[in-house]
Design a protein around this ligand. Structure first.
Ligand code: PLP
Length: 304
């Protein structure tokens, strides 16, 4: 008798559900809106995909061995993904995070046995990038530094994974794609694949409207260190979302539809709504990068 070996946890990364979002259905009855529910990944966010791709790329190239410590800067979700995958594969993990990351993120990373080094909260994710570079420079042989902002395996995970899933799950009917920009891996990888498949698919990238914003995971590129993997070539439009509008929509979609999503999903919804004002018909797909339970301690959902 042939026995099926159950997969390890990292094999469950990807293949997330595509969920119908009905929040704007009355206002825009001829728009179909769908979101990739990325919190269904084992680490609870979209970042499981690039973290696994970068680690496995390092293994293949021989750059990552069990003598090394995986180190990177992260505002949280990539750190949780590294910590989970590191635990599953037996690697030490050290994460540089801004001092103000949410309590839930610190607790999760610690639970997986990773070490945290805090950078100046006021310097945001750029402060974490500068500090991790200093750490690696002082002892380059000790570390495997995937550098999620520069590593082509980050967008490739979305080019080969998320985008292909979107095309299959919409049976190629997608007309518009919207995603937020952090490292930019999600947007660049997916938009590139979609446009190669059908050049008429319209793509919109979303950023916070100010350098001081409350949208964890997203970057205001005009005032930030621009990720090396960023390419404007696949963005038909770039929109700037106010923090409060994103929060408001994250609260609304939880109550109206039972979808408890994080801040950056609220920003994606803001862009969907703006698009609905000019495009009356179409199949819009966006990405909900993580769940709202990662932000409960911020009081965003009104329990305080
Ligand atoms: C909550 C959240 N939303 C959006 C993003 C942006 O994704 P990307 O880094 O692929 O641009 C991230 C990335 O860390 C994130 O954590």
């Amino acid at each position: 008798m042939q026995r099926t070996v159950p997969p390890g946890i990292t094999r469950l990364i990807g293949n997330t559900p595509l969920i119908r979002v009905r929040l704007f259905e009355r206002e825009f009855p001829n728009l179909e809106v769908y979101a990739k529910a990325e919190w269904f990944n084992p680490g609870g966010s979209v970042k499981d995909r690039p973290a696994l791709a970068m680690i496995e790329d390092g293994e293949k190239r021989g750059a990552l061995t069990h003598e090394k410590t995986i180190v990177d800067s992260t505002s949280g979700n990539t750190g949780i993904a590294y910590a989970l995958i590191g635990a599953a594969k037996g690697y030490r993990v050290k994460l540089v995070m801004p001092g103000n990351v949410s309590e839930e993120r610190r607790a999760l990373v610690t639970a997986f046995g990773a070490e945290i080094v805090y950078s100046d909260a006021g310097e945001g994710s750029d402060g974490a990038i500068r500090l991790v570079r200093e750490l690696v420079e002082t002892d380059p042989d000790q570390y495997f530094y995937p550098d999620q902002y520069s590593n082509p395996a980050n967008p490739r995970a979305h080019y080969e994974g998320t985008a292909v899933e979107i095309l299959e799950q919409t049976e190629g009917r997608i007309t518009h794609f919207i995603a937020g920009l952090g490292t930019t891996g999600t947007f660049v990888g997916i938009a590139r694949r979609l446009k190669e498949n059908n050049a008429s698919i319209h793509t919109i990238a979303v950023q916070p409207d100010d350098s001081f914003h409350g949208l964890e995971g997203l970057k205001h590129l005009p005032t930030a260190i621009v990720p090396r993997i960023w390419s404007e070539a696949y963005a038909d439009e770039i929109w700037y979302c106010p923090t409060e509008s994103a929060y408001e929509l994250a609260r609304r979609v939880a109550r109206a539809e039972g979808l408890l999503v994080g801040h950056s999903s609220g920003a994606a919804l803001w862009a969907v709504h703006r698009l609905g004002q000019t495009v009356k018909e179409g199949v819009i797909v966006t990405v909900f990068p993580d769940s709202g339970d990662r932000y409960l301690s911020t009081g965003l959902y009104g329990h305080r």
